[in-house]
Design a binder for this molecule. Structure first.
Ligand SMILES: [Zn+2]
Ligand SMILES: [Zn+2]
Length: 413
């Protein structure tokens, strides 16, 4: 009996050992397969130490650790004249966002390869010589394409990129530019916070280190400045949004840069509901072949009365704030051609005058009208000009987005 047990035990142990050996050889096989040259290069330029926060608040040596409030910046009194400007550059079907304050600058993504030179001169025209942070959300060309040019052209503080192998010349060029300047890559870690002058941003994603989709490695950050906050979603998708929701963090943001160019793989209703954005910016190319942004995403945003700003329609969208109020402008800028026309437009929604109390009528914002995919008019329910696409939208949003009343059904507002 005892011998029988022992032999069973030995058998079990040997099975376990061989399984674990098999497993480790599997993982090293996949490891080898995945860690081709780009990953090796990434490891070379990777920062080995824990990312040092500019704020220094997480300094281990600090004798009396204090609990840092989660919404630090909103409690900080901003000095007079402080401002933050977020420019969603029109780089076609790609992403690039410039964030500047009085004394600091930061770039999230740098468009396609062909946008590099244009972005560099755009930044130089703004008098920028140093980028305190450069974030490459994920290695797709429409995000990191122009990063090599940017890295080579400016003083760079910190480069934050996800650790993910990707074997394209574009990505190799970025890694070469990084190592060429002797810089190190900082890995994004969920919950890490960084200071940008008087603003602060927190990493919300990626939470995992292995995903099946490259988009899911996207770095998502929430930046706060005074009472205003901005969420930047890269090409993150539903799975990332669920993970972020699961964190239970405060992600309410005044402005959201919609994930994945308005694709249906992002912007879940529950996510948008939690973010509760007043404004959404969609970085998207005119007439792109992906059908971005999708009607589903637009409908979701409309249902939450989020005002939408699209780079394909408006050009570069520039939002500036003093920490209290937001100002929204757009400028038709051709990043590709390095030309900066002066056709600036003030897109700040005009403060809707307080409705005079009329006891027996609805307030304007509660009225629903209908728009179509392509038309520029808003309609009454059931208007014959509402073809198959009939999208409900609040009257306020319809007016804010430039829709005018249909002359046939003549909506009485
Ligand atoms: Zn993209
Ligand atoms: Zn992507």
């Amino acid at each position: 009996m005892i011998t029988n047990r022992v032999s069973k035990y030995v058998l079990l142990l040997s099975i376990l050992l061989s399984v674990s050996m098999l497993l480790s050889s599997c993982s090293s096989m996949t490891g080898n397969k995945r860690s081709k040259s780009s990953l090796n290069k990434l490891s070379q330029v990777e920062e080995t130490n824990h990312p040092d926060k500019n704020s220094g608040e997480n300094n281990v040596a600090k004798p009396t650790p204090k609990i840092i409030p989660r919404t630090l910046s909103s409690n900080v009194k901003l000095p007079a004249g402080a401002f933050l400007t977020v420019s969603y550059l029109d780089v076609g079907q790609a992403d690039s966002v410039l964030i500047t304050t009085k004394g600091a600058a930061m770039l999230i993504d740098a468009g396609n390869n062909s946008d590099g030179a244009g972005i560099v001169s755009y930044l130089k025209n703004k008098g920028i010589t140093k980028l305190d942070y450069v974030i490459g959300t994920h290695p797709h060309e429409d995000h990191i394409g122009g990063l090599d040019d940017v890295i080579s052209a400016f003083n760079i503080g910190k480069i934050i990129m996800p650790k993910v192998p990707h074997n394209t010349n574009t990505f190799e060029d970025v890694l070469d530019a990084i190592s060429g300047k002797g810089l190190k890559v900082t890995q994004p870690k969920v919950g890490d916070k960084y200071k940008l002058d008087k603003a602060e941003f927190e990493i919300l994603s990626p939470a995992d280190s292995s995903y099946s989709e490259l988009n899911e490695y996207s770095i998502v950050i929430r930046l706060t400045f005074g009472a205003q906050s901005f969420l930047f979603c890269g090409d993150a998708d539903d799975a990332n949004e669920s993970a972020i929701l699961g964190m239970g963090e405060n992600i309410k943001s005044s402005v959201i840069k919609i994930g994945h160019h308005g694709s249906a793989s992002s912007s879940m209703e529950s996510f948008i509901k939690k973010v509760d954005p007043k404004y959404a910016v969609i970085s998207v190319g005119e007439g792109n072949s992906y059908g971005h942004p999708t009607q589903q995403t637009l409908n979701t945003l409309n249902s939450f009365r989020t005002k939408i700003y699209r780079t394909d329609k408006l050009g570069t969208v520039i939002i500036s704030t003093n920490g209290k109020t937001l100002n929204i402008n757009s400028v038709k800028t051709s990043i590709d051609g390095n030309s900066y026309s002066s056709t600036a437009k003030d897109n700040t929604p005009k403060a809707t005058p307080k409705p005079k109390p009329k006891p027996h009528t609805n307030t304007v914002s509660a009225i629903t009208v209908y728009i179509t995919n392509t038309g520029e008019k808003y309609h009454r329910d059931g208007c014959q000009y509402l073809s198959h696409s009939q999208i409900p939208i609040s009257l306020t949003n319809a007016k804010n987005q430039g829709y005018t009343p249909c002359s046939r059904c003549d909506p009485p507002y």
